[in-house]
Design a protein around this ligand. Structure first.
Ligand SMILES: *Cc1c(COP(=O)(O)O)cnc(C)c1O
Length: 466
């Protein structure tokens, strides 16, 4: 499979190339040059496959030329063998039509593990093949950081530098990162918001002083391999609820638009998805973009759902590209203007392309808490606040009641115990697999919020490209 950039001027790469590159050299994001499609018979034949086999079946067209079917299956079995549930992503019924897809059974308790456990193994395989090394630089609003660190800690040929906004991630989230003691793991608490941290990371990818010295790689959802791995659980849920013969809807707690974009890819590949509901908290740039065509950044409000406290959703660019006629030159111009002014209007083609499949909804703190209580009282399920934002949107949907709605349960409730306890009176316990993070010592460097400080810190510690 060949991959092209959303901004039209970076070289096309194969799967191995885009996995190691992360961001494209023109500032764009990589996408497959065409969407593989499964017909109804092929989808029906996937019913009942164990998760690792389903994963290998769905991803095979995307990795063709870089991994054989056998290599891919071996990696999937190793990655998903570390999950604490035999189904990997089990489906739980809440009422007649509402379902939860539990994506938090991996080592760090959020859906990020589903993709990052696999990505860590792919990095190792590709680097060994090339005899080279990788400097991973990432920004996290909480969950990406711990999942990425778990996935690469101690792995050969990889250093990881993870920036988190100082004081703005939960204690559990921070400790899951800072208590991992491996010489290749570097935690950085940085002044400012998640968006500020993400901006530093993006700038580093464009800083030739850095890119000429280091092989810089990405674990944020700008990395295509992450989205690819997330497509699988949409199929897993759909198959259980009657696909290809019955349409399904998904409600997705959304921040960087990665998870919900994976749903879009599943639909393009043939899964009968009737609707994708983009659920946001009060940081609602995506809700405004999809409902009014107005993609403009506002002031960031910290919420009880920090992984969705985002003003700029990187992966939205992928949707704009695909829906807007795949015109890289035009999109590059649109994105440059957005980067200068912090605002843009969607084109008519982009709005029409998105409106057929996507709707959006926003939940404030009270609505989030109400959905959390509803799950507990009506369905006996303790859910996390991010999941509750998705469930609020699912419960408010005006979709045909015959269509089941699956809310993606993106984190384990024990990651956010205070908000869960406030809403339900129940304080969820951390599962055993997380270990004694509250007893272990933390290791973390604190940096001011300027790019140069981050750059110099990394340049002093990273391994030069071989
Ligand atoms: C990362 C994250 C999200 C947002 O996912 P995106 O792919 O960035 O849209 C939602 N909920 C939780 C718990 C997360 O960790």
């Amino acid at each position: 499979m060949e991959y092209i950039s959303t901004r039209g001027s970076a070289p096309a790469l194969d799967f191995e190339g885009v996995t190691l590159a992360g961001l494209a050299s023109d500032g764009g994001l990589y996408l497959p040059c065409e969407w593989p499609r499964f017909d109804a018979d092929e989808i029906a034949a996937m019913a009942g496959l164990p998760y690792p086999e389903l994963a290998a079946r769905i991803m095979a067209p995307f990795v063709a030329g870089s991994l054989s079917d056998d290599e891919l299956l071996t990696l999937c079995r190793a990655a998903y063998g570390r999950f604490a549930h035999a189904a990997v992503t089990p489906l739980v019924q809440l009422d007649q039509r509402q379902w939860l897809l539990e994506l938090f059974h991996g080592p760090t308790l959020a859906f990020k593990d589903v993709a990052l456990q696999l990505l860590g193994l792919m990095f190792e395989k590709f680097l060994a093949r090339r005899g080279s090394n990788l400097t991973i630089i990432g920004a996290t609003s909480g969950d990406t950081g711990s999942a990425a660190i778990d996935a690469v800690a101690g792995r050969e040929g990889i250093d990881i530098f993870m920036l988190h906004p100082s004081g703005r991630v939960s204690d559990v989230q921070r400790r899951q990162m800072t208590t991992v003691r491996a010489p290749n793991v570097h935690n950085i608490a940085i002044e400012g918001s998640f968006d500020d941290a993400q901006r530093h990371v993006k700038r580093m990818f464009a800083d030739t002083g850095m890119t000429s010295r280091f092989n810089i790689g990405a674990v944020n959802s700008i990395n295509w391999a992450r989205l690819m791995a997330q497509v699988v659980y949409y199929f897993a849920a759909g198959l259980q609820l009657g696909a290809p013969h019955r349409p399904i809807a998904f409600s997705v707690p959304t921040g960087n638009f990665g998870d919900v974009f994976a749903g879009y890819v599943a639909q393009r590949m043939g899964l009968p998805i009737a609707r994708l509901i983009v659920a946001t908290n009060v940081n609602d740039i995506l809700h405004r973009a999809l409902s009014e065509g107005d993609y403009s950044t506002g002031k960031l409000t910290p919420t009880a759902t920090p992984s969705m406290d985002i003003q700029v959703s990187s992966n939205f660019e992928r949707l704009l590209f695909d829906c807007g006629g795949r015109d890289g030159a035009a999109l590059a111009q649109q994105m440059r203007a957005f980067e200068q002014t912090g605002a843009m209007r969607l084109t008519n083609a982009q709005r029409e392309g998105a409106s057929g499949l996507f709707t959006s909804a926003r939940a404030d703190a009270a609505e989030m808490a109400r959905a959390l209580r509803w799950a507990h009282e009506q369905a006996g399920q303790v859910i996390d606040p991010h999941t509750a934002v998705g469930l609020h949107a699912a419960l408010a949907s005006d979709l045909d009641p015959a269509i089941p709605i699956v809310t993606l349960a993106t984190a384990h409730p024990a990651k956010f115990p205070d908000a869960v306890e406030r809403a339900t009176g129940v304080r969820p316990a951390l599962p055993m697999r997380v270990g004694d993070i509250f007893a272990r010592e933390e290791a973390c460097s604190h940096l001011p919020g300027d790019y140069e400080a981050v750059r110099d810190f990394i340049a002093e510690r990273a391994t030069e490209a071989g």
